[in-house]
Design a protein around this ligand. Structure first.
Ligand SMILES: Cc1cc2nc3c(=O)[nH]c(=O)nc-3n(C[C@H](O)[C@H](O)[C@H](O)COP(=O)(O)O)c2cc1C
Length: 335
């Protein structure tokens, strides 16, 4: 069946360098966000869900990394997302890794990225959100803020670095995510070790008071490591788990396409699904399932496996904005 997005728009978009087209698209969404009619109207929705104390008009969210600086929140809400997670933001503004650092693998319906948390820093984000929050442009959907470690800060000072971002941003987000799972910041994933994770979660939890604090984990963990993370998260007041980030396992993409970075999209689907099922059998945590949701059937399978919410990134790129509504329609038809 002909799809306007996949057969026409995507073909054109994919002619351009992936990071460039991302910048153009985000810029357009950012401009659209300042239009008076692009605002977050509250909608009564049969898909509404209450998760970790927040109300989501639908369970399909935008994953972190798309709007790293939080410049296009109203337009992203207007596309139909039930939540938007902005970031990853770091305390220190940073340029990220040298370009090129984002690659499409169309034959695998995948993306490989090694952006390395390019962002304008937590203070700049706080300033922007401070103006947007009280305005009519602020959407009626939860906005999460995903926080990472600044590259120049040594791992042993990670807690203070996360804390700095959290203090600047805590008034502005509806929920917060501790990103300890990106493969593109050296050593970051070692913060998933209980000895480092415990103090990090405990400190940020205290600082945040009642707002939800989530942990985003990698797909490349052993079951024992997942168990340890769940136990540490439980004893340190974590509100939910986001599973998963991109994978460093490139075995499912052609050898010629492999390059350093985190892999997302179809090759991540099965692992992300497995981890969701595992967490659901081993804990009572709410889970936001993300990774390789490329078809409506993938989304439905996540909810069947107990996902409380889902997020899209690569599926949004490959299927287009209509994908959000397709998933929502399928969910409504199933009720
Ligand atoms: C280009 C790109 C940039 C990303 N940047 C971030 C990021 O800054 N922080 C983060 O937590 N995840 C980031 N991610 C990971 C996504 O949020 C998501 O966890 C992952 O891509 C798996 O979902 P998907 O298969 O639907 O893309 C990024 C993914 C991509 C493709």
């Amino acid at each position: 069946m002909f799809s306007l997005y996949e057969d026409f728009v995507r073909r054109l978009l994919f002619l351009v360098d992936p990071e460039k087209i991302h910048e153009y698209a985000l810029h357009a969404l950012s401009l659209a966000s300042s239009l008076p009619f692009v605002s977050g109207k509250a909608q009564g929705s049969p898909l509404r869900r209450e998760v970790f104390g927040l109300s989501f008009p639908n369970p399909v969210g935008l994953a972190a990394g798309f709007d790293k600086n939080g410049i296009a929140i109203p337009a992203l809400a207007a596309l139909g997302f039930g939540s938007v997670e902005i970031g990853t933001v770091t305390a220190v503004a940073q340029p990220g890794n040298p370009k090129p650092r984002m690659f499409r693998v169309p034959e695998s319906e995948a993306i490989i990225n090694r952006l390395g948390f390019n962002n304008r820093g937590a203070a700049a984000m706080a300033e922007r959100l401070q103006m947007l929050r009280p305005s009519r442009q602020w959407p009626a959907i939860p906005v999460g803020i995903n926080i990472g470690k600044s590259r120049i800060v040594p791992l042993e000072n990670a807690v203070e670095d996360y804390l700095k971002s959290l203090r600047l941003l805590r008034e502005h987000g509806d929920y917060f995510v501790l990103n300890v799972s990106s493969p593109n910041t050296p050593g970051l994933r070692s913060l998933q070790d209980p000895a480092a994770l415990g103090p990090l979660c405990a400190t940020l939890r205290r600082e945040l008071a009642l707002k939800p604090l989530l942990l985003k984990i990698a797909p490349d963990l052993t079951w024992k490591e997942v168990d340890d993370i769940l136990a540490t998260a439980e004893s340190n007041g974590i509100s939910g788990i986001i599973a998963t980030n991109t994978t460093i396992d490139h075995s499912k993409v052609p050898i010629s396409r492999r390059t350093q970075g985190g892999l997302s999209g179809t090759p991540l689907r099965d692992r992300s699904y497995e981890i969701l099922k595992y967490i659901k059998t081993r804990s009572r945590f709410p889970v936001i399932s993300v990774g390789g949701i490329m078809h409506v059937t993938d989304a439905l399978a996540r909810f069947d496996a107990g996902a409380d919410l889902i997020q899209l990134y690569t599926g949004f790129i490959y299927r287009g904005p209509g994908f959000i509504r397709q998933i929502c329609r399928a969910l409504r038809e199933r009720r």
